[in-house]
Design a protein around this ligand. Sequence first.
Ligand SMILES: Nc1ncnc2c1ncn2[C@@H]1O[C@H](COP(=O)(O)OP(=O)(O)OP(=O)(O)O)[C@@H](O)[C@H]1O
Length: 341
Amino acid sequence: MAAAQGTREHTAYAPGKIVQGMLEASTEIEFTHGSSGKLHVISDKVQQRSIFRPDFNFEELGIGGLSKEFGNIFRRAFASRVFPPHIVRDLGINHVRGMLLYGPPGTGKTLIARQLAKFLKAAEPKIVNGPEMMNKYVGQSEENIRNLFADAEKEYKQQGDNSQLHVIICDEFDSMCKARGSTGDSTGTNDSMVNQLLSKIDGVDSLNNILLIGMTNRIDLIDEAVLRPGRLEVHVEINLPDENGRVEILNIHTKTARAKGYLDSAVSIPALAAKTKNFSGAELEGFVRAATSYAMNKRVNFQDVAKSKDMGSVLVTNEGGTPFSVGDKESLCRCAVIVLA
Ligand SMILES: Nc1ncnc2c1ncn2[C@@H]1O[C@H](COP(=O)(O)OP(=O)(O)OP(=O)(O)O)[C@@H](O)[C@H]1O
């Protein structure tokens, strides 16, 4: 299909219609093809490509305290995808095909990967857990890995560099990529899974339309070959949030309650952030949940649930600002119910 566009007129193609016109120096011709088309056009025209959906909004990702890490991820993994394919080819580089998010539990690694995939202009992401890829039947684990890449492969064969991005998210990535020879497993399943993965990311038929995002708490267990440049080459450490990060995370998790009037205006988020040192994002979320559930429980009559009253007037408050011990996470968690009573 073609649309000829001159300086003075624009002629759109319609099926069955023969388009005639004068080609001038300034004439622009745009080619597109249907889903079954085999036409590949390499244009010299420099067109910026958008890799995010138009409704992308950083604030709405609901991720707090990780803007530096996000900057890192964009710069390393996505910048090249903004450029038209021919420029990337002329620069002689390949897109980054793999990224590893690592760090302590509950710091938002899974959240980042899922939110990123949601806002990328990409095929429906495949989300898997490392352990679920393992299978006791011979050859099945390797096949599970091949299946992960099957859609991307099919599309790359049809569309080449025009193929959309296929994102594969793999939680507990270390479980399927342990250093070869380290597991003492006589079946050799782990080693052949690692080999299969390597050949898919960086083998002879490697694809330019995939982004594999692995997440782990144990980067030290992963086979070094998997982390080499050309494979999962971008490593981003996601650590416990600092005080500003904790303010952002607490704001995210109290946003709805505050907007609907269920959070007492006396509750000071910065004060809570100052007292929750070493809390992960998940622990901060749990902290808010514990306080909210305490406030709810105060409205429930456990002797006779039917007699529970004033449910709509539940209020998460900072009653008396009861002081609590700082530094001891466990007792702090238990104190959450007192603090935001
Ligand atoms: N930075 C953050 N901003 C907002 N919420 C967060 C953040 N980090 C964690 N959370 C909350 O904690 C929940 C659990 O976090 P997540 O599963 O992403 O952690 P993780 O780093 O993948 O943990 P694990 O290594 O144990 O799998 C999230 O769904 C989210 O509600």
